[in-house]
Design a protein around this ligand. Structure first.
Ligand SMILES: C/C(=C\CNc1ncnc2c1ncn2[C@@H]1O[C@H](COP(=O)(O)O)[C@@H](O)[C@H]1O)CO
Length: 227
């Protein structure tokens, strides 16, 4: 089955080739963005998540993979430790973490995003929000989580991870523990941070220490308490 591609709100906003009519009305788009913030804050305040952990990870992790199984385990362990779990609400690693959280009986949040091809929220989410704008959604991740775990992922995961890291490094947010799950997967990136970024003076050596890289899910969950 082929799904029909649609133009998303993000894409429309960022397009530089607008008609004169759109240009005159562009500032009104702020109302739409504002409404998205209001709905996000209202829903997540009412949800009373307590301590919540944002879990990032690939939308493409197959359900029958070991990686997915680890994602479920991570969500479950976070739940057992008393954390709510917040993900992008999509398939793959997001679904796995939501599934584990739901199985552990804790709040399982999905911050869905409008994409050019219909995706739908995964069935293990019990508090759902749907965003048009990636940047609004990122604020919700940061505001309603007190730590982050990143499972193996692609550009989307990197974007979320580095946004979180930048906010911690620049002290825009307090101490946010960040764990990268999977030494084989993440080790190369962390080596590169040291060999290139630190060596070239682009970041400080201690900036790399903002990341815990581990295969041990219990260690990652325990690290979420280091605030
Ligand atoms: C591309 C596919 C599904 C996309 N669906 C998504 N739904 C919700 N959130 C998503 C989706 N894709 C990316 N994200 C966000 O980025 C991270 C994953 O991106 P990656 O590039 O796969 O690492 C994730 O944490 C989400 O917040 C079907 O293949």
């Amino acid at each position: 089955m082929t799904s029909k591609r649609r133009v998303t709100a993000d894409e429309h906003l960022l397009d530089t080739r607008h008609s004169e009519e759109w240009k005159q009305k562009a500032s009104w788009r702020v109302m739409k963005i504002q409404a998205e913030f209001v709905e996000g804050f209202d829903t997540l305040e009412a949800a009373d998540l307590g301590d919540a952990i944002g879990v990032y990870g690939s939308a493409r992790t197959p359900v029958d993979s070991e990686e997915y199984k680890r994602g479920v385990e991570l969500g479950h362990k976070l739940g057992e430790a008393g954390f709510s779990v917040v993900t992008g609400g999509g398939p793959g690693a997001m679904e796995a973490a939501n599934r584990g959280a739901a199985e552990a009986g804790v709040k399982s949040v999905g911050l869905g995003i409008e994409l050019p091809f219909e995706q739908g929220i995964n069935p293990y989410v019990d508090i759902q929000l749907d965003f048009h704008y990636f940047f609004v959604r990122k604020v919700m991740f940061l505001k309603y989580s007190c730590g982050f775990c990143a499972l193996p992922g692609g550009y989307g995961t990197m974007d979320e991870l580095f946004e979180s890291l930048t906010l911690v490094q620049t002290e825009k947010v307090g101490k946010f523990p960040i764990a990268l799950i999977g030494i084989d997967y993440w080790g190369g990136l962390v080596d590169w941070l040291r060999r290139s970024m630190v060596a070239d003076g682009k970041i400080n050596p201690e900036d790399v220490d903002l990341l815990l890289v581990t295969d041990d899910l219990d260690e990652a969950v325990a690290h979420m308490g280091n605030r």
